[in-house]
Design a protein around this ligand. Structure first.
Ligand SMILES: [Zn+2]
Length: 252
């Protein structure tokens, strides 16, 4: 851990104004992301957002929009943000997430009506209690808050989901194991049930792999009375027909 990592986010932002950070991917002194690595990340981004189609899709998977493919530089960038204390990538990643959010809202008449009316409830999938303890915070939350600033209309970011039991680390599990690991593992906080009841919810994660997390989040939100659930992520893992993974997945 460097001195920079120990600073508060605000102090770190101030420091970035006077001291250039290293690139999060290649460590050259051109941070937070140098031009060459920026190009490698952009190569992972689709010309326009797409619907992610895990194969097989887990039962109850909401329609999920993604900006790019969760491989190579894009996956490394998310890992650097979440697990290597590169929180100075927040704006970069938020800008990559924003098109998927806009596509999700644009695809749904109910979501478009929600942002014009009672408000769209955006729900970050905040990771397991183990991940929260390891990281000491929930890095997805400020990223989502920054990304939704680009959405017009009424949008409420609400961290409403809580785990109902201990789950295993998803990174070593296949699609079927992930689905059973997460089945019934989430619930809406009691004090937030009124936020969800009757609302159109947009569940957001950084990367989507099997869709099991989104399926379980949607189940919990529907159980709490959500009118509709959509999903969005920065990127989706491309899967072969046999369901095997192309690349190592980060812990969730
Ligand atoms: Zn670089």
């Amino acid at each position: 851990m460097t001195v920079r990592d120990r600073l508060t986010p605000m102090l770190s932002d101030l420091l970035d104004l006077v001291l250039p950070a290293s690139c999060a991917l290649c460590q050259r002194p051109a941070g937070p992301l140098c031009a060459a690595c920026r190009g490698a990340v952009d190569d992972c981004i689709h010309p326009s957002p797409r619907v992610a189609l895990p194969s097989p899709p887990p039962p109850g998977m909401p329609q999920c929009w993604v900006s790019g493919e969760a491989s190579g530089a894009l996956r490394a960038l998310v890992t650097a943000y979440k697990d290597e204390q590169r929180r100075d990538l927040r704006r970069t990643l938020a800008a990559l997430l924003a098109p998927a959010l806009r596509a999700a809202v644009g695809s749904s008449p109910d979501a478009r009506a929600a942002v014009r009316g009672r408000g769209l409830v955006v729900v970050p999938v905040s990771g397991s209690p183990r991940a929260r303890r390891r990281r000491g915070d929930v890095p997805l939350l400020p990223l989502v808050e920054t990304a939704v600033a680009g959405l017009s209309g009424r949008v409420l970011v609400a961290d409403v989901l809580v785990p109902t039991r201990i789950t295993r680390d998803q990174s070593t599990l296949d699609a079927a194991q992930r689905a059973s690991n997460l089945a019934g593992a989430m619930a809406v906080r009691e004090r937030h049930e009124h936020v969800v009841a009757g609302a159109v919810c947009l569940v957001v994660d950084d990367l989507v792999t099997t869709g099991a997390t989104f399926a379980e989040a949607a189940r919990a939100l529907h159980e709490a009375g959500a009118a509709d659930v959509l999903a969005a992520a920065i990127g989706a893992t491309r899967r072969r027909v046999d369901g095997a993974r192309h690349s190592q997945e980060p812990p969730t």
